[in-house]
Design a binder for this molecule. Structure first.
Ligand code: GCO
Ligand code: MN
Ligand code: MN
Length: 388
């Protein structure tokens, strides 16, 4: 099958992902740096993506003059027009400049915190100018190396003040951004605040505009923490908070690898795609990854194509899994238990149900011996995945 992506699949890439020049902490770039308009052309050559996302400074360098900014924006807009790609998500670079070496919204220095909010307001203006409707907040520098440096409770207050303020700005300007907080446990800081999905969900509940704010989970970030990403995403779906998703891959226990989606743990990627598709996730599927440092431009295009193709192959596998006669047979053979009143578990409390359950007799041995053929079920899953 072709598995050719179309804009309806809602695949997006960042200027910083397909435009990544292959620099790492140990070595210089291995690929030429591309202007934003050239990155749009590269994506167009890959084919099938819906859009492109940016940090303020991916598009306009932090020290650009007004005239330089105007030229870059004009070239970028022309490339979008030419290719039909659109901007879907925007975000702020609050990590690259030395001013943010000890955090942005959570810096101990009130002037740095003010600058971070000022920079984000300008970046929101830029995102809105290009039609983005999701605004990601990744707090890469919001953290510490030593707990001597910051009060972690006060840091959360400062974080909340900044997000509340920016929600106010969003409302006043009528931008209608859906904010998506992106958790990560560490890297570049030794410890980052809001390290997992669960932390973000608890934080959102404390905000002034909780409806405006959701989560942007990333495969690599939960895997770095040794967690099950599918379960993390399930919790955001359950909470109605999956506003965006960063797809990539990552070996557990390693540095932040940002590998091509599905390249490291295809089985985990399969259950993730199945979850998203089964539960009708309708947002963007953003690939926050970059090509190996060994890749040249042609291989970067293969990387982009491969990301989308793998998603579509896994989506097809999920469809085949759901329709598979053997899988259906296994699922139907699982013990489900009885209906409420005639056995089964209560969902809501009532004195009558409580009295019935309190007095109910259970055959523990019989319950424990009901068969659960999960080995067979998992093996069938592997066979579907491997095309046997
Ligand atoms: C990372 C993060 C970033 C963010 C990006 C958008 O590990 O570096 O995933 O790529 O997603 O800054 O906010
Ligand atoms: Mn990441
Ligand atoms: Mn990310």
């Amino acid at each position: 099958m072709a598995f050719l992506p179309t804009p309806d699949d809602k695949f997006t890439f960042g200027l910083w992902t397909v435009g990544n020049p292959g620099r790492d902490p140990f070595g210089e770039p291995t690929r030429a740096g591309l202007a934003p308009a050239e990155i749009v052309e590269l994506l167009d050559e890959a084919g099938g993506a819906l859009g492109v996302n940016f940090h303020d400074n991916d598009l306009v360098p932090i020290d650009a003059t007004q005239a330089e900014a105007a030229t870059i924006k004009k070239d970028f807009a022309a490339a979008l027009e030419r290719t039909g790609l659109r901007v879907c998500m925007a975000t702020t670079n609050l990590f690259g400049d030395p001013v943010f070496k000890d955090g942005a919204f959570t810096s101990n220095d009130a002037d740095v915190r003010a600058y971070a909010v000022h920079k984000t307001m300008h970046a929101m203006d830029l995102g809105a100018e290009f039609g983005a409707d999701v605004y990601v907040m990744w707090g890469g520098r919001e953290g510490c190396e030593t707990d001597a440096a910051k009060d972690p409770v006060e840091s959360l207050n400062r974080y909340r003040d900044a997000v509340n303020f920016l929600c106010g700005y969003n409302a006043e300007k009528g931008y209608n951004f859906r904010f998506a907080l992106e958790p990560k446990p560490n890297e570049p800081r030794g410890h980052i605040f809001l390290p997992t999905i669960g932390h973000c969900l608890a934080f959102i509940a404390s905000l002034e505009h909780p409806d405006m704010v959701g989560v942007n989970p990333e495969v690599a970030h939960e895997h770095m923490a040794g967690l099950n990403f599918t379960h993390a995403v399930a919790m955001t779906l359950w909470a109605g908070k999956l506003f965006h998703i960063d797809l990539n891959d990552q070996a557990y226990g390693r540095y932040d690898q940002d590998f091509r989606f599905g390249s490291e743990s295809p089985k985990a990627a399969f259950f993730l795609v199945k979850l998203l598709e089964d539960h009708g996730y309708s947002g963007y599927r953003h690939f926050d990854s970059h090509a190996y440092r060994t890749s040249d431009r042609a291989d970067v295009i293969e990387f982009a194509r491969g990301s989308m193709r793998t998603y579509l192959m896994l989506k097809d596998a999920a469809k085949r899994w759901n329709a598979d006669a053997k899988i259906k047979e296994f699922l139907a053979s699982m013990p489900q238990g009885g209906l409420l009143g005639k056995g089964g578990a209560p969902r809501t409390y009532s004195p009558g149900i409580a009295a019935e359950l309190h007095g109910r007799a259970f055959d523990r041995a019989a319950l424990a011996s009901r068969p659960l053929p999960y080995e067979a079920l998992d093996q069938r899953t592997i066979e579907i995945l491997l095309g046997a």
